[in-house]
Ligand binder design. Sequence first.
Ligand code: NAD
Length: 253
Amino acid sequence: MLLKDRIAVVTGAGSGIGRAGALMMGKEGAVVIIADRDAVSGEAVVAAIRAAGGRAEAVATDVSDDAQIDHLISTTLDKHGRIDILHNHAGIQVGGALTEVDSEGMDASWRINVRAHFLAAKLAMPSMIEQGGGVIVNTASNSGVFYDREMIAYATSKHAVVAMTRQMAVDYAKYNVRVNALCPGWVDTPFNDPFIAQMGGRAAIENYVRTKIPMKRWASAEEIAEGILFLVSDRSSFMTGQALVIDGGESIA
Ligand code: NAD
């Protein structure tokens, strides 16, 4: 097992990529703390990990609320004494170009995509230093490394996640804390439902994906979870400050 007895906290783990990563961590022996704002889906992921023979618990957490992030990190430390893995995954996509996005959309993107990652990492870092190391994965997006459609709030906040990841990595490498960014492209999860609706439905998005992505398809959440497992395990033991792009070639086309 790659993660035997490691304590892993995953935000936004109730669905999609976060869920797939959490299931994989559970399979590899970690104790997974499922931190989703949706308590029902959080508990369902806990049940799925336990049914597969793993260990998990849910701490319902809305990462847009500082007090709830504080509660997540402090209860985990109180109960388990350490956090080995922090996967900051919850995020939002506010669509639109400069003249279409209102200030509230920009603020919300910053608050959930960037500030929440910052705060959870800030609160977990002292214990990682004290215990001699740890791993942080910040979910960005391939929208954190390139620009395409009209997504100013999303692209700006996701680029900030990559920048913040690099800054954390360089500052805390001496404490054996590795920090990397996860940058998926199109992944078939409910996250894209609003964009699919905006595009005019499933057939339209399938056509978009076929023409825009060099590999001509979506990723599954499980394909992205393979990257998560790589980043949170010792398989990436000499890697820090990097943006792992898993996008079927979209950002280099
Ligand atoms: P998803 O919609 O399948 O799941 C998101 C989960 O996060 C849900 O369970 C939801 O309840 C939870 N959540 C939402 N807001 C929250 C909050 N404020 N606090 C706590 N939990 C919250 O989504 P997904 O596909 O796993 O994507 C989520 C993350 O992955 C985002 O950061 C997104 O930017 C990134 N991402 C997704 C894609 C994609 O195509 N799916 C591509 C690139 C990056």
